[in-house]
Design a protein around this ligand. Structure first.
Ligand code: ZN
Length: 221
């Protein structure tokens, strides 16, 4: 049954999986450069956002390595339709946080959204599985209908002169009152410059007394 639902080969090294293995073989699992122990990722993320964003907590499962196993896994998740990997990483980080006796008290988990066009094309947001499992682990609500991505700026430039001076994605919030007094955990697959998180955060802070934490599958640096 499992073999029908999940690939029989390891998403990392492509070797055949043993019957007790799921998505990743034991050897690849051990090669993943985990960052979630000893607050290592928290320091890294907070350093990235220093002076830009006030964060309660921050955590990342692994360090992103270009041309390496982590890049391959994120590609599988994003482009090759192996969306189970996203949930797999969410369970993994959720368990690690459980083991760390987390006391984050998050109310809501909100994913960095895809715009409708991309969502339609890909069929899923690659971070959804991760976010849902994190929400379950933290006993929080998963909400993907509050923060929305309206478009990429390139298509907006022609419509509105003001937007010409910005770059990248445009985000917006729906039902902003639902954010009031909430501790929100914003989740993404990978944090690189942090520009996307910063833009999303600016929208989320439109709610009153919002507290923000961040979690990602991977982080560069
Ligand atoms: Zn492997």
């Amino acid at each position: 049954m499992l073999n029908i639902l999940f690939p029989k080969r390891c998403c990392g090294c492509e070797k055949a999986l043993a019957s007790h293995e799921r998505l990743l073989c034991v050897s690849c699992r051990h090669q993943i450069p985990l960052l979630c122990h000893d607050h290592l990722s928290e320091l890294l993320i907070k350093k990235k956002f220093y002076g830009r964003l006030q964060l309660q907590h921050a955590i990342s499962l692994m360090r992103f390595q270009k041309q390496g196993l982590t890049q391959k896994l994120l590609h599988h998740m994003k482009y090759y339709g192996v969306k189970e990997l996203s949930a797999f990483f969410g369970n993994w980080l959720g368990n690690e946080m459980d083991a760390l006796n987390n006391t984050w008290n998050v109310d809501m988990v909100i994913p960095v959204p895809l715009d409708r066009k991309r969502l339609k094309k890909r069929g899923y947001n690659q971070v959804a599985g991760f976010g849902k499992r994190m929400a379950a682990a933290l006993d929080a609500e998963y909400r993907d209908n509050i923060l929305l991505k309206t478009a990429n700026i390139r298509s907006q430039v022609r419509k509105n002169r003001f937007l010409r001076f910005e770059s990248g994605a445009v985000f917006t919030v729906n039902n902003v009152d639902e954010l009031n007094d909430k501790h929100v955990l914003l989740v993404d697959d990978i944090i690189t410059t942090g520009a996307t998180i910063e833009k999303c955060a600016a929208e989320l802070f439109k709610g009153k007394h919002v507290k923000l934490s961040v979690a990602s599958i991977a982080i560069t640096g």
